[in-house]
Design a protein around this ligand. Structure first.
Ligand SMILES: [Zn+2]
Length: 446
């Protein structure tokens, strides 16, 4: 079936003034003034819609939706924030609560126009051994693409780690499960709905052996690698104290200086480190909202790109955002970037490019993230009907500057997954109620 998405108000693409034709889950053609090259079976009138590639989220911690604006953690920087939250997470997480957290985070992302998400999941208290499988099932129910990550924390507090010992798994358990998850879910084909990345949490909370072994496994299975790096100045101090080198040196020592890698945050790098990361085409997921909330600093996006690194966007975990709205993150990337680079230094097109093509490249994909013939038909549609858009001139700039928060329609692989602002097959009221119930125990004693 050929569907013509006809005459959008504006579309983020090179060409296609009269829209696109979608066929068999892919974009078959961009339509010019002469109309489609071949007959179509159906037409969707997009004249009320601004159409962009489906957004790609490259860093999140879904489980943290259960502890948003938590009294123990608000108004703290990263290390004290982590120390406050780990015991609370370890004490109260169950598989059922986790499932609701995942469902809620994915639904929020989808409603904001996100079609592909990577969740950095490193948290495995007893009972949560199937976390990756739960994420797969929930993404399947919503029809979303995901890069599932098998993460870990495994440096005990007595060894200098910052996490609660209850969430630690030994190296062997982690590595065996990495292989299980890779064998079960990692699909390297174009158009994949599931891929797997290996994702030790951060240099300061995993063993050196785990860093080295996951790099080897990633080469063997041809998958991506992900970790937090360069988020705070505290992290640089910690690495100097414990490893005698800075985080980027540690990355190199453990076999992670590779094109397979995308890093979360990437703020506190020297010029020389940026040049090294660029030479190796490392991806950096910029998380402006979280970086502002935790007062971590600002990613040097422009220097990284100029050096050859790839920049994508992420909302980061919902305990430091505290929502999962990727369009809002696009807006924050523009605003925070302008404080560093000036008004013309970061444009709305830069911020949208990071959240689409840049993020897709961070995940090692070139089949998504752009509206072009042959790409997957992952599209987000926004109307400019709300009061906040009234009087707006440039429709694409308006999405970012006026602040589009909610997609009116979302298509993934040619299938509608959001209609009239509502995710298909989700009872939002029931989800809200069940998730709030699941979150209540995390507030016990506060
Ligand atoms: Zn994170």
């Amino acid at each position: 079936m050929r569907l013509w998405i006809r005459d959008p108000l504006a579309m983020l693409a090179d060409g296609g003034a009269c829209g696109v034709v979608v066929e068999a889950g892919r974009i078959a053609e961009l339509v010019g003034a002469g109309g489609p090259a071949a007959p179509v079976d159906n037409v969707f009138d997009a004249s009320r819609h601004v159409v962009i590639p489906g957004l790609v989220n490259t860093h999140h911690h879904f489980y943290q939706t259960l502890t948003r604006a938590h009294p123990a953690a608000i108004n703290k920087e990263l290390f004290p924030w982590l120390k406050a939250l780990y015991p609370i997470w370890a004490e109260h997480m169950t598989a059922e609560r986790f499932r609701l957290a995942v469902r809620l985070a994915l639904t929020e992302l989808l409603m904001s126009g996100c079609t592909t998400a990577a969740d950095h999941h490193f948290f495995y208290p007893p009972g949560l051994e199937d976390a990756v499988d739960i994420e797969d099932a929930e993404a399947t129910a919503l029809g979303m693409r995901m890069t599932l990550t098998r993460g870990a924390v495994n440096l005990r507090a007595t060894e200098g780690g910052l996490v609660d010992d209850r969430v630690i798994q030994p190296d062997e358990t982690v590595l065996a499960d990495c292989e299980r998850v890779l064998a079960r879910y990692h699909d390297r084909r174009d158009g994949a709905f599931r891929q797997v990345a290996l994702a030790p949490c951060a240099p300061f909370n995993v063993t050196r052996r785990l860093m080295e072994e996951t790099a080897r496994l990633a080469a063997r299975y041809d998958c991506r690698l992900h970790t937090h790096l360069g988020e705070t100045a505290d992290e640089n101090d910690y690495c100097l104290d414990h490893f005698g080198c800075r985080p980027v040196d540690y990355l190199e020592e453990t076999g992670w200086m590779s094109e397979r890698v995308w890093l979360a945050h990437g703020i506190h790098f020297t010029d020389a480190e940026i040049a090294r990361l660029g030479r190796h085409r490392i991806g950096v997921c910029h998380c402006p909202t979280s970086n502002m909330v935790l007062a971590s600093g600002s990613c040097r996006t422009k220097e990284l790109e100029a050096a050859g690194a790839i920049v994508g966007l992420g909302v980061d975990g919902s305990a430091s955002n505290d929502n999962s709205n990727l369009m809002e993150t696009v807006r924050h990337a523009l605003m925070l970037g302008r404080l560093t680079y000036g008004a013309a230094g970061v444009t709305h097109r830069d911020a949208l490019r990071w959240a689409t093509e840049g993020s897709a490249r961070c995940l090692g994909r070139d089949d998504i993230g752009r509206i072009a013939a042959g790409k997957e038909a992952d599209l987000a549609f926004y109307t400019l009907d709300e009061l906040r858009f009234s009087g707006a001139g440039d429709p694409l700039a308006a999405l970012v500057l006026c602040g589009a928060h909610r997609a009116d329609r979302v298509m993934i692989g040619g299938v509608w997954r959001v209609l009239d602002g509502a995710p298909c097959g989700v009872d939002l009221q029931r989800l809200r109620q069940a998730h709030a119930e699941a979150a209540r125990p995390f507030l016990q004693g506060f």
